[in-house]
Design a protein around this ligand. Structure first.
Ligand SMILES: [Zn+2]
Length: 307
């Protein structure tokens, strides 16, 4: 069975200004590397009903976002979240990519998928943009699975080095979604302690100190897998951030490129057992261009091999 890469040229028009770490080159460097793999299927985002977004974000916030994109220049939505004229299509296509990925898996067009898009989403909650994120793509994907496909157990695994606080907020009181996050802690955005468990014990945070190495991380990740097995997911979404890599300039975990292959493989083994390997992954962080491209390649290699 095949793995699809969902991407869109609009990702390359989301200009965040010179010197911003969440740059256009991130997606360019990933695509250059993935294009060498001839086994992948390439797909574009699909258009979707805007009401899908409102399952994860308030109507007011969606209106605010829609009117925020400038006709020229840059506008700051928060201290480090910037939009340009090209950001509107990129933002909505990032959502359209996870919708396309989910539909493709459900229609058995491909086995699993990785969405190579930007802006990322996991810091954005019901009512605000934050940390380079505007709409919470993965959260919208989970809501789409619950509404359109009537699932009752969606797992989101977030291995970005930062806590996925926006995703946690959106699902804090939703028993149909298990959110598992590994992240450097204490660190930006400040949340993600073990004590944040969700109303239905549906939030599972694994905070890790700065300097955590591969072995320590992989040992901790076993607890994430154990929790995933107990939940028996019907579909697994991955917030794939590669900024836990030792070369990443924005954080201090010490993961190697190969670790992203190993954790993806382990997630897929569990997914295969409980939900026939239905997995959709979407890009979050990762700011060293070489480490990002290499780690994404190994993530996608595992998606291809173990589906
Ligand atoms: Zn991050």
């Amino acid at each position: 069975m095949k793995t699809a890469i969902i991407t869109s040229k609009s990702s390359l028009n989301h200009n965040t200004g010179s010197g911003h770490p969440e740059s256009i080159s991130r997606v360019t460097s990933i695509l250059e590397t993935l294009k060498k793999n001839k086994k992948l299927i390439w797909k574009n985002p699909v258009s979707f009903d805007k009401d899908i977004i409102k399952q994860a974000h308030s109507s007011n916030y969606v209106d605010t976002v829609e009117s925020a994109f400038p006709e020229k220049g840059l506008v700051y939505l928060d201290g480090d979240t910037v939009v340009s004229p090209g950001s509107k299509d990129a933002t909505f296509d990032a959502v359209g990519s996870i919708v396309a990925a989910i539909d493709g898996v459900e229609n058995k067009e491909f086995k699993n998928a990785f969405c190579s898009v930007r802006p990322p989403g996991h810091h954005s909650n019901q009512n605000k943009a934050a940390g380079f994120c505007i709409l919470n793509n993965v959260a919208i994907g989970a809501q789409y699975l619950l509404r359109k496909y009537k699932y009752k157990k969606i797992a989101i695994i977030d291995f970005d080095v930062h806590h996925g606080n926006g995703t946690q907020d959106i699902f804090y009181e939703n028993e149909n979604v298990l959110f598992i996050s590994t992240h450097q802690y204490p660190y930006y955005p400040g949340t993600g302690s073990e004590n944040e468990k969700g109303k239905f014990n549906n939030i599972f945070n694994i905070p890790l100190p700065a300097g955590t190495n591969s072995n320590e991380y992989l040992n901790a990740f076993e607890f994430a897998l154990k929790r995933l097995k107990e939940f028996k997911p019907e579909f697994v979404l991955i917030s794939a951030g590669f900024d836990g890599h030792i070369a990443d300039p924005l954080a201090q975990l010490k993961l190697n490129t190969e670790d992203f292959y190993i954790i993806t493989k382990r997630i897929l083994e569990v997914s295969k057992k409980f939900c026939n390997g239905k997995v959709v992954s979407i890009l979050e962080g990762g700011y060293d261009l070489q480490a990002l491209a290499d780690s994404t390649k190994r993530h996608v290699d595992a998606l291809l091999e173990f589906n």
